[in-house]
Design a protein around this ligand. Structure first.
Ligand code: CP
Length: 324
């Protein structure tokens, strides 16, 4: 693996993507059983974890994963601690930006063997966000492999974790429902896009996406999924319900208000196959998911977040193996 920014990055050319996903899930599961099985793989190497935005799970799980491979991890919260970066080429830097990434990223590449970065979308300019301008500029100036810790449109480490977690239940062709939820803030589409991208590429589940009309995700990611606007109908016989808010792709970056009835309650799950409840966290309780469901036995959000370590470790191991 040369880089890890989306599901396509995990397959060698000509390799079946579903097979590549299963192999990565198996590697993650093997690390879960034996965390220190490859504890010398990253010895005398370093990874730089660059955050332009806040994080709990991604930051700490990747650090734990690196440490278990003998890889030294250093975190740089550039968004709050560093010089403000300029990403545009050819700009006259008279504004608020103090350092161009054309200068900063080669320096980082000299300090680290692997770089990882979290960027978020501005949610103002759809074209800018969906061309992954910030991530791609970073990759352009890096001379070492780059891992996405979440970008403007995708969150691949989260999605690998999510499929690993679903696999742990051993169901043959489970029914998975991605259910839009209300929120008080305007959130990116990354987690939903990425989950849809990985589930459809995996092709081992019946996959339904349910959301109010107007909250359609970008079609590239949802091709192969059934889209149902009636949440109750979508939930029938579900084995897993992945709850997540996202803002509008069509009316770009706009929130949808007045849809509080999309907040799932325990009685909504009576039509499911005792569905497990998933969420990537952080979650706003009783806005996006009810206490009653988050605190129920059906919630697997902690298991899901705990698995972030093993997914990150599998990806880091493959990056280290490929890049010597
Ligand atoms: N799920 C997730 O990415 O969590 P953090 O934002 O805390 O890293």
């Amino acid at each position: 693996m040369q880089k890890f920014t989306c599901v396509q990055d995990i397959a060698d050319s000509g390799q079946d993507l579903s097979l590549a996903i299963n192999q990565l899930i198996q590697e993650a599961s093997a690390f879960k059983k034996t965390p220190f099985a490859q504890q010398t793989l990253g010895l005398q190497k370093r990874i730089g974890l660059i955050f332009l935005n806040p994080s709990l799970r991604t930051r700490l799980s990747t650090q734990v994963a690196a440490e278990q491979l003998g890889l030294q991890a250093m975190v740089f919260n550039i968004g709050s601690e560093g010089w403000t970066w300029e990403f545009e080429d050819g700009v006259v830097m008279k504004g608020n930006t103090a350092e161009h990434i054309k200068d900063a990223v080669p320096v980082l590449s000299s300090y680290f063997d692997v770089l990882a970065i979290r960027t978020f979308p501005g949610l103002k300019d759809r074209q800018l966000d969906y061309c992954e301008f910030y991530l791609n500029q970073f990759i352009k100036y890096s001379t070492v492999p780059v891992i996405s810790l979440e970008s403007a449109t995708l969150h691949p480490l989260q999605s690998l974790t999510d499929l690993m977690t679903i696999s742990e239940f051993g169901l043959k062709r489970p029914k998975i429902v991605l259910s839009w939820a209300p929120h008080v803030k305007v959130l990116p589409q990354c987690v939903a896009n990425s989950f849809a991208q990985w589930v459809t590429a995996w092709d081992q589940a019946d996959f339904i996406i349910t959301h109010p009309e107007g909250m359609e995700l970008e079609e590239t990611y949802t091709r192969g999924a059934s889209i149902i606007h009636d949440q109750k109908e979508a939930l029938a016989e579900a084995d897993f319900v992945y709850v997540k808010n996202w803002s509008s792709y069509r009316d770009y970056g706009q929130a949808m208000n007045g849809k509080e009835d999309w907040l799932l309650q325990p009685e909504d799950l009576s039509r499911t196959n005792a569905a497990k409840i998933m969420h990537c966290l952080p979650v706003r309780r009783n806005v996006e998911l009810s206490d009653a469901l988050l605190d129920s036995k059906q919630s697997i959000v902690t298991q899901q977040a705990a698995n972030r370590v093993w997914a990150a470790q599998a990806v880091l191991a493959q990056i280290l193996n490929t890049n010597g």
